[in-house]
Design a protein around this ligand. Structure first.
Ligand code: NZQ
Ligand code: ZN
Length: 381
């Protein structure tokens, strides 16, 4: 284990009916004006919007709505939200949605109290915001674990860049599996695949053996696969949805990352692919992950074998990847880039640009070259 400091700032309210409980307990210190932030309107169709709005009004809050946060939220949307938060003197931000809404709100929170542009601060000066408007998250689609940390993934369209911005961490998170009941099956499964990828990418980052972080990552992966398979039998299986919701949180609450480096190379490539195509995050990972695993197989043989055995009950490293590919097919997730929804045709030229702009991770299993990233992307076609 490497040296580390661990503290956990997010209070989690998990289970059916937990929004009511959370808002009753958390509204008092929120201040008067609450920004209710959400996406394209799913919460208006499934009743979540009405329920939360009533709870906020009952608690005497003035509500400022901020809606239309898109999947793969843009830097422009962040700036729009920050301007509104400043203008309306928002005291608290309640993010209601999935990774996109929660990430957008994390950065709105920090940007609203900063005198300078947050991208410039982080990427030119190498500094990070020290404060933000306090916020909470109500998760309506799980998989990213975005509610559990202060990192956000934002698309800066002008710069053709999608990447991490460190901003505000929610002080509390509501995880009610019933809130995810209306999520379309494909999104449920691509979210679960995202969770699987988080645990796998965390697991692959260090080469040291016999640490509990690896054991936990394997347990999260195994449990994610078991529950994805349960959903293939019955997509409305609420116990499986509930298990996956906690898997998603466990993969990103920092516990699996204690004492170790993390890989996240597939995520870096997928994020840049997202910058050029606006593809669905979990689906992009489903295409890339097995191809990447084949590329690094010989660089992490013990880890890949253990992954194969403990997550899929396979006998060999290759068998583990075959089982991963089978899971992707069974879930109906895309296995090729040509099956992804993209705003632009996915040409070799576009993939070269993705390869040339992806972040390269310099730890285990191995540092990739830009040409190898391009090769991986071309194999995914
Ligand atoms: O916008 P609405 O209308 O709400 O529809 C959303 C959206 O279309 C819909 N949805 C959400 N809750 C629903 C629902 N539909 C029906 N019923 C409900 N209860 O689901 C769609 C997808 O939502 P989105 O938030 O975009 O998905 P996800 O949670 O997968 O988030 C993806 C974003 O998170 C980033 C990704 O890069 C991407 O931008 N990530 C964030 C991470 C983090 N902060 O830790 C880590 C991840 O690796 C990831 O990069
Ligand atoms: Zn992810």
């Amino acid at each position: 284990m490497n040296k580390f400091t661990f503290s956990y700032p997010v209070k989690v309210y998990f289970g059916e009916g937990s929004a009511k409980e959370a808002l009753k307990a958390e509204t008092f210190p929120m201040g008067e004006t609450v920004m209710l932030a959400y996406g394209g309107g799913s919460i208006k169709k499934n009743g979540i919007y009405e329920e939360l709005k009533s709870l906020l009004l009952e608690a005497g809050k003035r509500i400022v709505e901020f809606s239309g946060i898109m999947s793969n939220p843009t830097y422009e949307k962040v700036q729009e939200g920050a301007a509104l938060a400043r203008e309306q003197q928002v005291d608290f931000i309640l993010a209601v949605g999935g990774g996109s809404v929660i990430d957008c709100c994390k950065v709105i929170s920090a940007q609203a109290v900063l005198d300078e542009d947050i991208w410039e601060l982080e990427y030119r000066k190498g500094q990070f915001p020290q404060k933000g408007i306090p916020m909470g998250a109500v998760v309506t689609v799980s998989g990213t674990g975005a509610e559990m940390n202060g990192g956000a993934v934002i698309t800066y369209e002008e710069k053709k860049w999608k990447g991490g911005i460190f901003a505000e961490t929610p002080s509390f998170a509501v995880l009610d599996p019933v809130y995810t009941a209306s999520v379309p099956p494909m999104q449920v499964l691509s979210g679960a695949f995202d969770t699987l990828s988080h645990a796998l990418e965390t697991y692959l980052g260090s080469s040291d053996q016999d640490n509990v972080s690896d054991d936990l990552a394997l347990a999260v992966m195994r449990n994610t696969v078991v529950n994805m398979r349960r959903l293939l039998l019955n997509i409305h299986d609420m116990q499986a949805r509930s298990n996956l919701m906690w898997d998603s949180a466990m993969a990103e609450n920092g516990i699996l990352k204690c004492g170790r480096l993390t890989d996240f190379q597939v995520h870096q490539i997928e994020h840049q692919l997202g910058a050029y195509t606006d593809c669905n995050h979990g689906q992009g990972l489903a295409v890339l992950q097995p191809v990447y695993c084949r590329h690094i197989l010989k660089d992490a043989p013990e880890k890949m074998l253990r992954f194969a055995k403990e997550v899929f009950g396979a006998e060999t490293m290759e068998g583990g990847i075959v089982a991963l590919e089978q899971l992707i097919r069974d879930c109906g997730l895309p296995a090729k880039l040509s099956k992804l929804q993209s705003k632009e045709p996915i040409t070799p030229e576009l993939l070269r640009q993705v390869a040339d702009t992806s972040n390269i991770i310099k730890c285990n299993p191995r540092e990739l070259s830009r040409d190898e990233i391009y090769e991986i992307l071309m194999e995914c076609r």
